[in-house]
Design a protein around this ligand. Structure first.
Ligand code: NAD
Length: 377
């Protein structure tokens, strides 16, 4: 049973339903959580961009390692409350070598993220993967392999091995993987609804599991099969996670919507990210129970290796902000404007170092941000 919501999961799924800002409250209240490493650079850049497309009320809070330094914990109750009370939350990234520890009792930055997901009731992580035409050459795959790729990874966020009981007993350690039918059903519905809205021909959900080995996967497969009965217009196929990992690099264009559990989704979505050429390009949204604010963040981490150098690619955060505007705030026009401005900057040849080939001259975060703002129409 879920601690926050008991067994009363909303079976009806509000897929992409925007959280409306009321007329009395015209300026959306955004909580910005820059986090660690390059987080402050990319969130700062995104704040500039957002100010260029609309009026928002911003509040900024520490999370992750920054919060450990300030408060001794990766997420304070006050910050969680601020997030719950916002219209939407934009996160940079958390973590870094400074807070790496093997002491199970020491606070860890990731606890901030897990605490946000749990505390905000976010159970679906959604990551679109569509390589930008201007970046086809930046992909490690051959252009003919990635041609036509347009997929969505829907990852279950609050169950599985990341949230099961774990512990150590002498030289043994364990992490338990658990899923309930209710948890599987609600994420399955997000996947089917997404496939329906995307309107692929055919619309297809690929459910990824390890049903030849794991009992949770057999429950997963059984539940997906049952839910599919409510979506006769969407094809369902099942794929073992090892095969899915292979197919993603061999034939990525075969996928429409991938629905999978927490840990498989964590790994497969990073693999999918590389199809676009750089982790620095991929946005994500974490959506929760009806009407709750969503959490929008780039897929990549805090990139401590390049933090503070002014060379972080801000585009994944810009595209996360676009997802936030469209899906969290009902500001479709502004979202489209940001996406078009990102495409336009790339088409004009601007590249941060992570995107640039050996022959291309790279620009920094600042210059890329200005170029995207200048491209806004
Ligand atoms: P990472 O995503 O931070 O970095 C992987 C590689 O990609 C690095 O070489 C980095 O420089 C590069 N990169 C990532 N984002 C980039 C950007 N916007 N522009 C240019 N280059 C970029 O992954 P990692 O190195 O495995 O992890 C670093 C830290 O981030 C760890 O502490 C990890 O726990 C944390 N992390 C946090 C999140 C999150 O907050 N959601 C996700 C993943 C990892």
């Amino acid at each position: 049973m879920d601690e926050e919501y008991g067994d009363a999961y909303p079976v009806e799924v509000q897929w992409w339903r925007p959280r409306r800002v009321t007329a009395a409250d015209l300026r959306p209240r955004l909580v910005l959580l820059p986090g660690d490493g390059i987080g402050p650079e990319i969130v700062g850049a995104t704040r500039r961009l957002l100010q260029a497309v609309g009026e928002f009320e911003f509040t900024e809070h520490a999370v992750g390692g920054a919060s450990i330094d300030e408060h001794g914990t990766a997420l304070t109750e006050d910050v969680l409350e601020a997030c719950r009370g916002a219209d939407a939350v934009l996160l940079g990234a958390v973590g870094g070598p400074k807070w790496d520890t093997t002491d199970p009792d020491a606070p860890r930055p990731e606890q901030g993220l897990l605490g946000l997901r749990k505390g905000m009731g976010l159970y679906a992580n959604v990551r679109p993967v569509r390589p930008s035409p201007a970046l086809v050459e930046a992909s490690p795959l051959r252009p003919e392999v990635i041609a036509g790729t347009d997929l969505l990874v829907v990852r279950e966020l609050t169950g599985g091995i990341y949230f099961g009981a774990s512990g150590r007993d002498g030289d043994r350690a364990h992490d338990d993987c658990e899923y309930t039918v209710a948890e599987i059903e609600r994420i399955a519905r997000v996947g089917f609804e997404a496939a329906r809205r995307r309107g692929g021909d055919p619309a297809r959900v690929t459910s990824v599991d390890k049903a030849n080995v794991l009992e949770t996967s057999r429950l997963w497969r059984e539940t997906l099969g049952r839910v599919a009965g409510d979506y006769e217009d969407v094809e369902l196929d099942h794929m073992l996670v090892d095969n899915a990992a292979m197919q993603l690099v061999a034939r990525p264009a075969r996928f429409d919507v991938i629905v999978t559990e927490n840990m498989f989704g964590d790994i497969l979505s990073d693999e999918s990210a590389m199809l676009t050429g750089s982790l620095g390009m991929l946005p994500s949204a974490s959506l929760g129970v009806n009407g709750a604010p969503g959490l929008f963040e780039p897929v990549h981490g805090s990139a401590p290796d390049i933090a503070g150098q002014g060379i972080a690619n801000p585009l994944a955060t810009f595209l996360s902000a676009a997802m936030m505007l469209r899906h969290g705030l009902d500001m479709d026009t502004e979202a489209t404007a940001i996406e078009a401005a990102v495409d336009s900057a790339l088409e004009r040849g601007l590249r941060t170092p992570d995107l640039a080939s050996a022959e291309e001259e790279a620009v920094g975060n600042e210059e890329m941000t200005s170029a995207v703002i200048d491209s806004l129409e």
